[in-house]
Write a protein that binds this ligand. Structure first.
Ligand code: ADP
Ligand code: MG
Length: 519
């Protein structure tokens, strides 16, 4: 084999392994064959979930837990995948999900198609390296084609993100979910980590709402405390409000009643003093990250201060952000300008727990989508949909570019690949043509999943694209129309990634010609 074989080069200088006699080795074509089959199997598993009318999958774990979903990334994450090549595909899907939150099913379907075409080439004795090069050439052509379809998100009047978010959510969320995501998007700065998603059963999905702030699980330390404050001054104390432990080497011997009452009075003064300090600073609500002594809690209640103890540090940081407060290291350090203000602090029941809602703060913009669902299964699926929607809103917001959905871009890519294949030298040309077929699988699969004949639809789409722009628009029915006109839009960043990552995985799998399994 020549020096330029990347697989060979990588081995250069590697330690020599003496294989354990239990290890198994699958080499050459056999290794390629099994890897390709494994990758294809994974793609097959998610194919029927693509698009707004994709079917659901029921996943049952060893322990009998059931997940019902039509989210490709969730399926790949939940599947117990053993084959290493299949795992590579799942990992890349996972990466894409983490980076962009969408487009994973499309990527998996394309990977399956690329692998399956590669299988035929290998049977015809075309070297995997030729296929790899051809696929990367196709990737460059495809990426260029995407650019031609990019529309600025702002070009869509009114609410630019709405249509994109709705395309991402069709078939998954309910109206209230897309409203919720939309509201987050409309609130200006959509930064991924400024949006939290909380999911709780106990109410139906239509009760899903957006809170302009945060919701944290917390209970007031005393029943008598106010359960709602408007225009409240908020303090965040990163300490305990308790008597300090005496120095370790100091020993107090209390020998008389007088001494005892003096000690008690001193402690009392400290504990009540904490509450007085907060009251003097003008605090209406105190979020304390550690314990609050009983005596302090009583005094806070008498002063009409709403106080919470043992607030976890993330929640404390979030409250401080929203309110525009500084976290003070102890009650003695508190100054008026450490306080923040919020429009509302309200105690509410969430399912079986008590939570505090901190809304309309003077600090940073944050939003919480409070996802509700009547059952755990429904809830999980809605939560995934909301997360997808938010990711898509963020991707659109960050990059601004969108492209028509409904398979239109993939059709355009396929056409471009067929035209440009001729200019690609040698046998790699065949791989470019095969990639064109692979992209056709997206509109074909969307059509099949929407109950249309995939071949007839593809033929009609191609014909219609000679005159204008046509994709599949799934509304009540599935029809051929311009997806952009009908509000079916995908973020361009997601589209680009769902082109790049299949080529990456497929070529990664094709480069392997030796699988050594240790037992
Ligand atoms: P992915 O994991 O790839 O995002 P989805 O199941 O979300 O998979 O399907 C995404 C595909 O469905 C994209 O090609 C998108 O353009 C298309 N799509 C979304 N909504 C519609 C619709 N209403 N009509 C036609 N195609 C749609
Ligand atoms: Mg999607």
């Amino acid at each position: 084999m020549s020096e330029s074989n990347p697989g060979q080069r990588r081995q250069h200088g590697a330690p020599v392994f003496i294989l354990d006699e239990d290890s198994e080795q699958t080499a050459g074509r056999d290794a390629q064959q099994t890897n390709i089959e494994a990758g294809k199997a994974i793609a097959e598993a998610v194919r029927t979930t693509l698009g707004p009318q994709g079917m659901d999958k029921m996943l049952v774990s060893d322990s009998g837990d059931v997940v019902i979903t039509n989210d490709g990334a969730a399926i790949l994450a939940e599947m117990d995948i053993e084959h290493p090549a299949a795992q590579m595909l799942a990992d890349v899907a996972d990466e894409q999900e983490a980076a962009l939150g969408d487009g994973t099913t499309t990527a998996a379907v394309l990977t399956g198609e690329l692998l399956s075409a590669a299988e035929d080439f290998i049977d015809d004795d075309i070297h995997p390296r030729t296929i790899v090069e051809g696929y990367w050439a196709a990737e460059r052509i495809a990426a260029g084609a995407v650019d031609d379809y990019v529309v600025d998100a702002d070009a869509f009047d009114g609410e630019p993100l709405q249509t994109v978010v709705e395309s991402a959510l069709t078939g998954k969320g309910t109206g209230s979910v897309s409203d919720a995501v939309q509201q987050v998007a409309d609130d200006g700065e959509v930064a991924g980590d400024a949006v939290a998603v909380e999911a709780h059963t106990g109410k139906s999905a239509s009760a899903t709402e957006v809170v302009d702030g945060i919701i944290a699980e917390a209970e007031p330390v005393r029943d008598g405390m106010p359960d709602r404050l408007d225009d409240a001054a908020v303090a965040v104390v990163d300490d305990a409000l308790e008597q300090r432990d005496p120095e370790i080497d100091a020993e107090y011997t209390i020998s008389s009643d007088d001494q005892l009452s003096a000690a008690v009075t001193a402690e009392e003064e400290t504990l009540v003093g904490y509450a007085e300090t907060l009251a003097d600073a003008g605090v209406d609500a105190a979020f304390v990250t550690d314990d609050i002594a009983d005596r302090t809690a009583d005094a806070l209640a008498s002063a009409g201060i709403l106080a919470f103890e043992d607030i976890d540090s993330d929640d404390a940081a979030a409250v401080a952000d929203v309110a525009g407060a500084s976290q003070v290291p102890g009650p003695d350090e508190i100054a008026a300008d450490d306080l923040g203000t919020v429009g509302t602090v309200a105690i509410e029941a969430v399912d079986d727990d008590t939570a505090v809602r901190v809304e309309d703060g003077a600090g940073e913009q944050r939003a919480t989508v409070m996802v509700r669902g009547s059952t755990e299964h429904a809830l999980n699926e809605i939560e995934r949909a909301v997360n997808d929607g938010i990711d898509v809103a963020v991707a659109t917001h960050d990059h601004g570019e969108v492209v028509p959905g409904g398979g239109l871009v993939e059709l355009g890519i396929a056409e471009r690949l067929r035209t440009e294949a001729a200019s690609v030298e040698g046998r790699r040309q065949l791989a470019v043509e095969a990639a064109a077929e692979a992209f056709d699988a997206v509109p074909r699969t969307l059509a099949r999943n929407a109950g249309r004949d995939p071949i007839d639809t593809l033929v009609q789409l191609r014909a219609d694209n000679q005159e204008g722009r046509a994709g599949l628009v799934v509304d009540e029915d599935a029809e051929v129309a311009d997806p952009a006109d009908r509000g079916v839009l995908d973020p361009a960043a997601v589209k680009r990634e769902s082109i790049r990552s299949p080529v990456e995985v497929a070529t990664m799998i094709l480069r392997i010609d030796d699988v050594i399994t240790a037992d």
